[in-house]
Every structure is written in structure tokens, then in C-alpha cells.
Design a protein around this ligand. Structure first.
Ligand code: GDP
Ligand code: MG
Length: 163
């Protein structure tokens, strides 16, 4: 079966925008329990001739037993554990935040290979955020614009190399 790729990162960096760009309407409902499709959306991703299963994750907030936050956290962790590759995304316009550092530290403890994406790079406002991203210790950041389809060739090369 095709490799599994999980998109992770703090809220609002553009994970779902990239998911929608790569999956479009080829969405699979993994569970019809209310709330679950929001937590874990999975579909058939395509990038040129690459085919993969793609999971859009919801976050790493801590929460008490039975809470939505805990379920989201556990689903994100399970997605990364199952994945052949994690795409860790930051918002290069916002720069590196403590939440990004938390995600990166968490991922560095995992055995899942990771490609770091610096999103929202369609303009010069993102340049310093791309340089900051090196400090996350996840290798060279790939500058992309999920909204404007920027950097998709570089993303293609990075996925090919990592899988
Ligand atoms: P998520 O919470 O990580 O899934 O982020 P979303 O995909 O929901 O995007 C959060 C916000 O960032 C939305 O307003 C998007 O339109 C915006 N966004 C996503 N990708 C880009 C991009 O490449 N450039 C810019 N400028 N905005 C983007
Ligand atoms: Mg989202």
C-alpha cells in the first residue's frame, strides 16, 4: 500500500490548506463519530507522480482524561507513530514560536523521519522565519506556500528523498 505521511504542527500554520491541496476531494472518512473527522482527516495524496496516504492532524494540546484535547493529542501521536514520514509545518511569517519548539522537540524523540516545512513563503515577509526554522533541529526547512502552490517542486524532492 502507498506510504503514509502525517502533517503536524501548531494550529494555524496551514496544515489543512496543504492537506486540501494534496488530497483535494479524494477524502476518506476514517470514522463517522462526531468530531473524529475533524481530528483525523485522511485521504489519497498526490504530488506529480507520487502517491501516498495523507493524514491531517489536529494538535498536541494536553487535556484531561476523556477530553477532546486529549483525544486530539493521542490521534496526532498515533498518526506520527504510524507514518512513514512526518511533515512538520511552521508559519514562516510568524517565525518560530514556543509551540513550534515544543512540536519539534517532541518529533526529535520519535523515530519517524521528518521534513520541516516553512509555510506562507509567498513573499519576503517570510524570509527571516525560514532562517529561524533551522534552529528547530529538524534539518533544512523547505519554503512552501500551501495557499499559492509555492515550493511544490522542492516538497516533491524532499518527500522522494525521505521515503
Ligand atoms: P491549520 O490550523 O494548521 O490546519 O491551518 P489552516 O490550513 O487552517 O490555515 C490557517 C490560516 O493560514 C488560514 O487563514 C489559511 O488561509 C492561511 N494559510 C494557509 N496557507 C497559507 C499560505 O501559504 N500563505 C498564507 N499567506 N496564508 C496561508
Ligand atoms: Mg487544520
Amino acid at each position: 500500500s502507498p506510504p503514509l505521511i502525517a502533517i503536524v504542527g501548531r494550529p494555524n500554520v496551514g496544515k489543512s490548506t496543504l492537506f486540501n491541496r494534496l488530497v483535494g476531494r479524494r477524502l476518506a472518512l476514517v470514522d463517522d463519530t462526531p468530531g473524529v473527522t475533524r481530528d483525523r482527516r485522511e485521504g489519497e495524496g498526490r504530488l506529480a507522480d507520487l502517491r501516498f496516504r495523507l493524514v491531517d492532524t489536529a494538535g498536541l494540546e494536553q487535556g484531561g482524561p476523556g477530553s477532546l484535547a486529549k483525544r486530539m493529542h493521542d490521534q496526532t501521536a498515533a498518526a506520527v507513530d504510524q507514518a512513514d514520514l512526518a511533515l512538520m509545518m511552521i508559519d514562516a511569517r510568524a517565525g518560530v514560536t514556543p509551540a513550534d519548539e515544543h512540536f519539534a522537540a517532541w518529533l526529535r524523540e520519535k523515530s519517524t523521519p521528518t521534513v520541516l516545512l516553512a509555510n506562507k513563503c509567498e513573499g519576503a515577509a517570510a524570509d527571516s522565519g525560514v532562517y529561524e526554522a533551522y534552529a528547530l533541529g529538524l534539518g533544512e526547512p523547505i519554503a512552501v506556500s500551501a495557499e499559492h502552490a509555492g515550493g511544490m517542486g522542492e516538497l516533491y524532492d524532499a518527500i522522494r528523498q525521505a521515503l
